[in-house]
Design a protein around this ligand. Sequence first.
Ligand SMILES: C[S@@+](CC[C@H](N)C(=O)[O-])C[C@H]1O[C@@H](n2cnc3c(N)ncnc32)[C@H](O)[C@@H]1O
Length: 276
Amino acid sequence: MAYLLSKENFSKMGEFIYRKSGIFLEEEKHFEKLAKYIDSRSGVLGFDNFRKYFFKLRFEDKDGEEFQELMNSITVNETYFFREKDQFEVLVNNILPELHRVLPVSKPIRILSSPCSTGEEPYSMILHILEEGNIVEKRDIEIIGIDIDSTVIKKAKLAKYSERSVHAIPKNILAKWFQKKTLGYDLIEDLHGTVDFKVANVFDRAQMRKLGKFDVIFSRNMLIYFDDASRKEVAMTFYDMLNPGGYVLLGHAEYMSRIVSVFNAKKIDNTLIYQK
Ligand SMILES: C[S@@+](CC[C@H](N)C(=O)[O-])C[C@H]1O[C@@H](n2cnc3c(N)ncnc32)[C@H](O)[C@@H]1O
């Protein structure tokens, strides 16, 4: 089947997407998905060739809606509750008690989940803090979740989850904090609003600056989609966004030592954490 997107134009699109989002698309893996998306989007917009679509994307997208549509279609949003659970244990048993000791009690501890996808990661932090943390009554903890994909942020705000998404939550915790529905599980109302969700692109300096400073940044399973230069840029953005003494946690296949050398790596049990 002939697509509007040619192999040559795939490189142009790839370059554009990379520059704006850091996401690096490979022709072999991503051509068909992108070509199908452009065909369907061009149909909606009434365009009969790639040039018209690409022109709109680059020059007639003042509100960023066309770019947002494109991002929503290419991101990989795979996530689930209690994924890489050891890191949540280290958060509640090591990082938060340490920060509670050294930071003035009047100051909230601020945690960023970047990217948060459909919200399972920041809500897993909340569940661990509620179930295991002993500082919850002693001070404010603010959790913010961001993602470039606006459809996942909408879903995160709804807090409705599938069986698959909750499969790793122990049964007693699931029963306590979720309501079983015909199709999946709803997080109980009391926990809605405990995470502040926003659409944001980690490469957009202005958007990131607006979020303020943090004491902990979880950035798991996003850097794997970037190349070395983009990973470096994002790592330095996180460095700038952290308060002194703050921590970054990455996904299990991601190592800060291979990206930048400005953080001090610490190992707690088998979990690596990186301190500013
Ligand atoms: C595989 S999910 C990871 C979710 C969660 N952190 C976890 O580990 O389960 C990757 C997410 O990164 C987001 N993402 C990709 N590029 C991004 C960017 N430039 N800025 C913000 N989020 C981005 C995608 O939309 C996607 O939801």
